[in-house]
Write a protein that binds this ligand. Structure first.
Ligand code: 4AD
Ligand code: MG
Length: 476
């Protein structure tokens, strides 16, 4: 394998011959080529001698072109780089017509880059985001593997539409222009591929619960689909979710695991991706200069990440949060779009952000929500009013994790399902865990892109996934 720029910069074999394969970022003074191969944020300076190089070759060295350059690695005379390559041979492997190549060496707007998502990976910003994304994913696997968890693959196509986590995408091979009908006039799903209604999964949790009651500690990490029509900077129709599930775990164990995991993966990524994060930090500082003073973040990116890994998250109940919100200045001055009247209100992101950013000024874990606003599988508390739910709220993001201790008692669970109109007959496989060897267990779901959003300091979730799927957009 040829050495990457990252490897060459790490070992710096001065005086030796190296080959650089990558894409031209800039070409200055017909002499200095900045080449990127995506292995790290740095480019390699490749110095060409235009006396000896054919002018037809020189003309083809344009931004975006793929080149292979071989020469001697030398200590650089110029500022801005420690080493450079004095070229012996150079080959333009793939031209990029400068009149047509859409990426130029200047700052492009995020909206424009989304339209060319197939090329935006070649920019500094998206390179950094993708490397951070990879490192976070690796850290998640490492965290769980080191603690004896098994990576469990829950299905992407699901036959249950009762999870209640959101609107689902139907999966079908029935001809849309001529859907077979039953004598009663309904869609004849028996003729469909699976002989029943199927959808893309909104969560791997229910299957993870089955696995936890066999393997004790499991997690899923896979694509998740929600057909909600929410066009926000924090929602995707296709996103990745990490869902650990642990037998003999209660709500407190669950909170401890979630907090430890978030701090671990952020710390790991901060160590491994220091240069990318510093680049993203500068980018954020530049970006924020155009914002009014009050909207700028109080901390730079690294300070914010260190703050989260060095401080315990604030833990309080939903009821306590409601009291704080009810008596808060924005509520009294009617500044919230949704005023908090009292117990029972569903928290909006403006409320979550107030608690995290203004009141506690650190990540918050809210627990014991009213049962009416949470899912059927969450364990009913002794008061009969709340469930053992937990949401973790992060600055600038709002909800990053949602989880709970699960209802392990067969009778209570089936009663809750009836109350919430969950069809019991379709869920017999799930109820079997409560029939046979049921036990206390708990788990949570971490939205992976929301984590990447937090760690990169990007502002829109569409910019932390390679090819975002949102209402009206499934390009590439
Ligand atoms: O709170 P949610 O809906 O919880 C569940 O799906 C549970 N089954 C998790 C569990 O207990 N195993 O989703 C979990 C997290 C949210 O906190 C959020 O970070 C993320 O998934 N999420 C989204 N991320 C991007 N786009 C969306 N449309 C999202 N919906 C949820
Ligand atoms: Mg949630």
């Amino acid at each position: 394998m040829k050495q990457s720029i990252k490897e060459i910069l790490a070992s710096k074999p001065i005086g030796r011959e190296v080959t650089i394969c990558g894409w031209v970022r800039t070409f200055r003074n017909n002499q200095f080529i900045a080449v990127s191969d995506g292995s790290c944020i740095q480019t390699m300076q490749v110095v060409v001698d235009h006396e000896i190089l054919d002018s037809t070759v020189l003309k083809r060295i344009t931004t975006g072109a793929a080149i292979m350059a071989t020469g001697t690695l030398l200590e650089s005379q110029g500022k801005g780089q420690a080493v450079e390559v004095k070229v012996r041979t150079i080959e333009v492997v793939g031209d990029a017509d400068p009149d047509k190549y859409p990426l130029q060496p200047k700052r492009h707007g995020m909206e424009f880059l989304r339209e060319i998502a197939h090329l935006r990976i070649r920019t500094n910003t998206f390179g950094a985001v993708m490397r951070v994304r990879h490192t976070l994913a690796y850290a998640v696997h490492k965290f769980f593997n080191d603690r004896g968890f098994f990576y469990f693959h829950s299905p992407v196509i699901t036959g249950s539409d009762a999870e209640g986590a959101g609107e689902m995408f139907r999966v079908t091979t029935l001809p849309l222009e001529n859907v077979p009908k039953t004598p009663e006039g309904e869609v004849d799903v028996k003729q469909d591929f699976f002989g029943k209604t199927t959808n893309l999964t909104v969560s791997g949790q229910l299957e993870a619960e089955l696995a936890a009651l066999a393997l004790s500690r499991v997690y899923t990490f896979g694509p998740t689909f929600r057909a909600e029509n929410s066009n926000t900077s924090r929602h995707l129709a296709e996103f990745w979710m990490i869902e650990p599930e642990v037998a003999f775990f209660d709500l407190k164990d669950n909170m401890d695991l979630a907090e430890e995991m978030l701090q671990y993966v952020i710390r790991y990524t901060l160590e491994q991706c220091e240069e990318d994060i510093l680049f993203l930090q500068d980018r954020q500082i530049q970006e924020e200069k155009s914002k009014p003073e009050a909207e700028r973040s109080q901390m730079d990116l690294t300070t914010k990440l260190k703050f989260v890994i060095d401080n315990k998250f604030e833990r309080l109940t939903y009821g306590e949060a409601i009291e704080i919100l009810k008596n808060s200045t924005p509520n009294k001055k009617k500044k919230f779009q949704y005023l908090v009247e009292g117990w029972g209100a569903d928290l909006q992101s403006e409320h979550e952000r107030y608690l995290v950013e203004k009141h506690f000024k650190k990540p918050v874990i809210l627990t014991n929500y009213p049962k009416e606003i949470k899912s059927f599988y969450m364990r009913l508390d002794d008061d009969g009013k709340t469930v053992s739910a937990m949401d973790i709220l992060f600055p600038a993001i709002g909800e990053i994790i949602g989880g709970s201790q699960r209802e392990e008692r067969f009778d209570v669970l089936t009663q809750r399902m009836e109350e919430m109109d969950i069809p019991l007959d379709e869920m017999q496989w799930y109820l079997d865990t409560r029939r046979f060897g049921t036990c206390q267990h708990a788990g949570f779901g971490l939205g992976f892109e929301r984590l990447v959003l937090f760690v990169t300091g990007m502002t829109n979730i569409r910019d932390v996934i390679p090819f975002p799927r949102t209402p009206g957009n499934a390009e590439f």
